[in-house]
Design a protein around this ligand. Sequence first.
Ligand code: RM4
Ligand code: MN
Ligand code: MN
Length: 424
Amino acid sequence: MLLDSNKIASHNADLLKSHTNKLVFTTSEIGETENIIQKLIDFQIAIPSWALGTGGTRFGRFPGGGEPRSLEEKIEDVGLLHALNNASGAISLHIPWDIPTDYQAIKNLASQHGLKFDAVNSNTFQDQTNQEYTYKYGSLQNVNKAIRKQAIAHNIEVIQQGIALGSESLTVWLADGSCFPGQLNFRKAYQNTLESLEEIYAALPSNWKMYLEYKSNEPNFYSTTVADWGQSYSYVKKLGDKAFTLVDLGHHLPNANIEQIVAILLMEGKLGGFHFNDSKYGDDDLTAGAMKPYQLFLIFNELVEGMDARGMNHAKDLGWMIDASHNVKDPLEDLLQSVEAIMIAYAQALLVDRKALEKAQNENDVVKAQEILQNAFRTDVRALVAEARLRSGAALNPVALYRDFSVRQELIKERGTNTVATGL
Ligand code: RM4
Ligand code: MN
Ligand code: MN
């Protein structure tokens, strides 16, 4: 389904007056906003192909209808999101859920929708049909060398597929670990994993990056072989300049200070990018900003400060991806909400008065420092985010437009009610 640009224009025309009033007020409060609006226009967040269908839990899955049946339809769905918000200009694929049959046709389709291919993701957390060995006891860490070799070969194949599509990064998330004390020798599991990662790293083209995710638990419940940022850092540091840690916001133990982790990884030049989502208990993959919007703002506060300190380009120098998928919301509405929350947090972080904050920190003026951060966090920047969309031809209110034009009903008409997208 393609969204007619006239529909977007008429939606915007209806909302323009009230939008302009809000924008005038916001600008009068903030002062200089042009620079912020331009940064928001430039900022793009990749959409995970596996979030376009309704997510499930280990108890069940309740598809909502009209889910994409193929890679082509997944690209069309991300194209829809991008037409609505002009901030979702990339798709992140998961292999083998998304193996293209005709690479050129897929590339053409993506570029028709203005989309790039972001990181490609390997999958050694499930056994694939026709696979010789099982990953029941791990993949890159496995005590059996033949199993490690199979997992290495899969990752190298994912790189080849990424090259064919024009992607420039590989994300590795390992479900490897153990469920019971004594099951694994931690040191040997680490060494096997490192050796395996070295072989994958050696297959990376020179302009590629490798992102190594960490996760404290699940599906293993006693140990994870890349369990936290320190362990990921220790692998990527050994691997080389093209290897970085990827922070998935849901992969920490409760109450972890993620903003501090981000600041240190960035300072060390080892922060690769993000999987945005939100959580209350574990790897809940909830809509970004749905539970802890202040934490999301604090993370962006560190990102803006740290990237500026290193002279980095906010839009291009880190990988910005969503990794959220929910089982009760319409997945496309959920993704629109995630992108909006990320944009808001980014805009608020851009508002922080850096000089004043530095002064407060140097004077140990704790109260002032809190005032500065919370003043930025409590500023309503939604009109700036909407203005960025308006200027780039997207919708002032993407979720409202999606509903007004019955996009989901159209997708159901086109694809049927019983379609189930590949993913978890
Ligand atoms: C994992 C992890 C990975 C994602 C899978 C589907 O928890 O977050 O990034 O590829 O889920
Ligand atoms: Mn993730
Ligand atoms: Mn996850």
